[in-house]
Design a protein around this ligand. Structure first.
Ligand SMILES: NC(=O)c1ccc[n+]([C@@H]2O[C@H](COP(=O)([O-])OP(=O)(O)OC[C@H]3O[C@@H](n4cnc5c(N)ncnc54)[C@H](O)[C@@H]3O)[C@@H](O)[C@H]2O)c1
Length: 358
């Protein structure tokens, strides 16, 4: 993590800073001494990390729709960031079935707008564009997807992220390939869990909502496996990637998978049972329905490239990931949430140092 000292004093434009992953990343960047410029829509949840932590008052907080190219370009030209981390998106598969056109507009054209703004802002040296493991054409393989595998996507969300990857690759090759221009990479991670996520139809928020309502959690696909990871794992990957892009742009301007180790892939059933055990209360029941909309079953990421070329690897064991997440939900109404998030980031950094050796 010594690489992260590079963020001190750097101007970082972070899109999606009012959301689940973005608010954690804003807090982490602020801890590293970066000057954070947030660009996103209003937060959706009063109990999310953004609102509860008050991080919005410690950074520059723009509310801007990434579908509005002129406004996006104006913010870039006013702020002149050095690093861009693009997380803003419509991130939900089921919502993408309800709102396919909006999902494509935000995830594909929104990404094109961020790239276009980078193209016209000479201060930008590095950009990390966040997509997802679902960008791959899912063949239900038992082995992980490599960065060079074809893009695809059955549902509109997955397809929009596959399409965003193609846009990123096109911009990189067309506009960012000569020395002195911004170095652009994309980052694909798995199903993230962690404190402060309240999104609809996501497993952990559903567990907490059911428990609060005193009801048994209804699980649609208990035997689906997902590359679960704690939110701080991919965020450490995005930060490391941005740092490396500044150091050696040619070497790192490409696509990167940031998933769990192959031995760390668990079913929905295993996550729910471990979580309920940690909470010490709550129940679940299987409500599988053969007519529900298509959702990919098996999906894993191959992370050898990140391990060997970037020096990144997942740090947390399964039970540690569950414990950090359950502790956040157990404490967020009682404790100072900014302090709680910083405490968990510091715990993660300690584990990183002891297990990754820097
Ligand atoms: N959470 C996961 O499990 C997961 C897994 C893989 C990839 N991702 C990706 O990580 C990123 C962040 O996901 P999240 O879980 O934090 O989502 P989230 O819904 O919590 O946050 C989304 C953020 O994007 C912003 N946003 C949405 N539409 C916008 C628009 N039109 N203009 C400007 N801002 C807009 C929201 O305001 C919010 O700040 C997304 O790109 C998502 O696809 C998430």
């Amino acid at each position: 993590m010594s690489e992260f000292s590079i963020f001190k004093g750097k101007k970082v434009l972070l899109t999606g800073h009012t959301g689940f992953k973005g608010s954690w990343l804003a807090i982490w960047l602020e801890m590293l001494g970066a000057e954070v410029i947030g660009l996103a829509l209003d937060p959706l949840d009063e109990d999310g990390v953004f609102t509860r932590s008050g991080i919005g008052q410690r950074i520059t907080d723009y509310r801007c729709d990434i579908r509005d190219l002129e406004k996006v370009r104006r913010i870039f030209s006013d702020e002149k960031p050095e690093i861009v981390l693009h997380l803003a998106a419509q991130p939900l598969v089921l919502e993408s079935y309800a709102q396919p056109v909006d999902t494509f507009a935000v995830n594909v054209m929104g990404t094109a707008h961020i790239l276009e703004a980078i193209r016209h802002t000479s201060s930008v040296r590095a950009g990390v564009m966040v997509t997802t493991d679902k960008c791959y054409e899912n063949k239900e393989w038992v082995f992980g997807y490599r960065e060079s595998d074809p893009m695809g996507g059955h549902d509109p969300y997955s397809a929009s992220k596959g399409a965003a990857e193609i846009v990123i690759s096109s911009y990189r090759r067309s506009f960012f390939s000569t020395p002195g221009q911004a170095a652009i990479a994309s980052a694909r991670s798995g199903n993230v869990i962690g404190g402060g996520d309240w999104a609809a139809n996501r497993l952990v928020p559903d567990v907490i909502r059911a428990e609060k309502a005193g009801q048994a959690l209804e699980v649609r696909r208990p035997d689906s496996t997902r590359p679960w990871q704690h939110v701080l794992e991919p965020l450490s990957g995005y930060l490391l990637l941005a740092a490396k892009l500044l150091e050696a742009p040619d070497r790192y301007a490409s696509a990167w998978n940031f998933g769990p180790l192959p031995t760390q892939v668990y079913s929905v059933r295993q996550v729910v049972e471990a979580f309920l055990q940690h909470l010490g209360k709550g129940e679940w029941r299987d409500v599988s329905d053969p007519d529900q909309p298509h959702e990919a079953g098996l999906l894993m990421l191959e992370i050898s490239k990140a391990i060997h070329e970037l020096g990144w690897k997942p740090v947390l064991q399964f039970q540690e990931m569950i414990r950090l997440t359950a502790d956040w939900y157990a404490r967020y109404t009682k404790d100072d949430v900014l302090g709680l998030c910083r405490e968990q980031i510091n715990q993660y950094r300690e584990l990183w140092r002891s297990r990754n050796g820097n």
